[in-house]
Design a binder for this molecule. Structure first.
Ligand code: SF4
Length: 64
């Protein structure tokens, strides 16, 4: 599985970064950088929390 970002929806709020910092980072310009896409089994919980926590509904988990 991997995580995708709809950059048109993302508002750069950084909640995802606080929940899964190994995947998400809001850069100095306030834009989200996706640090990696592929989700290992032991990372799924934190990525799910980030998806659920994003108020803009910009994150999705999809099958490869
Ligand atoms: S929580 Fe959602 S809106 Fe905020 S930076 Fe992450 S993807 Fe963007």
């Amino acid at each position: 599985m991997k995580v995708t970002v709809d950059y048109g929806k993302c508002a750069g709020l950084g909640i995802c970064e606080s929940l899964a910092p190994e995947f998400f980072e809001v850069n100095d310009d306030g834009d989200l950088d996706l640090l990696k896409e592929d989700i290992e089994p032991d990372e799924l919980q934190s990525v799910r929390e980030a998806v659920a926590g994003c108020p803009a509904e910009a994150l999705r988990i999809v099958d490869n």
